[in-house]
Design a protein around this ligand. Sequence first.
Ligand SMILES: [Zn+2]
Length: 326
Amino acid sequence: MTSPATGADATETLPDYAPIPRSALGPALNDQGYYVGRVERNLYWVTDGVYQAAFLTTDDGVVLFDAPPTIGGNLRRAVDEIAAANGVTNRVTHLVYSHHHDDHSGAASLFDGDVVRVGHEETRRLLLRDNNPARPAPEVTFADRYTLEVGGERVELAWHGPNHSPDNIYIHFPDHDTLMFIDVVNAGWVPIYNLNLSEDVPGYMAAPAIALDYPWTHFICGHLGRLATREDVAVHQQYIADIEASSREALSTVNPVPYYMHYGENFWAGVKAHLDIVTERAAAPIIAKYTGVLAAADIEIFTRTTTFAIMQSLRLDSGPSGPVHP
Ligand SMILES: [Zn+2]
């Protein structure tokens, strides 16, 4: 009997991957494990290399956008450092949730007291459902649009339908030439499993075009160590468009009949064999094309599961799922 390897020898059989291109990485972290940088004027971003948050300093208080638990107490340190340097208050008066997921909001309760929490009405519903004291539900909510004005600064929040999550919003800083939109595009990297663990596949696929419709130069995408550019969003769009085209091609060219014949009354074995070959055929050229272009494209399971999700959405959302019986 062997048991799954844990501890020291657990890593001995792990595969190697291509080196991460320098262009996919961001600035070095400080001794406390974070980097804080100016996006434009009084808008700043904070990263621990994997997660990103942002904040605005104003004469009337600091507005924080997301509170990832991995950055946690370093959000406070970053705000204190910048507020002191700018000679403004370090008091966080507002917290805006991009969406309800804990990995972007689990440090929210570090900022309590008088803070006004703002989010989409679905974010409120989901946070009340999840009932986690680390993530208090927003008191100020909106359905489609909300203009947040603090200390003479303006931030435009908008919901354009479900994508990564049902409540994921676009946070536009019109006077800072910046858009913050989380968990759809990873600057310079492929999405992880299943289109970055997204719930609405057509919504996820359509979201980058909505993001590009806004005027901006800087893009805060929520993950990894650097800000994104319009070019990063365009490369991501092409990656997804290539997967869609490749999935259509594989769906229309792989004949399912031999797989179902082979497995007879084990229908699910036939389904598996058919969908696995379609996924493999659709994903292989994408993995080859983007290895060396997007970091971690050679972690094949990411592109395979994203391809599977898009291929299923083509069948089930777009249709047809198959020919109609005569
Ligand atoms: Zn998320």
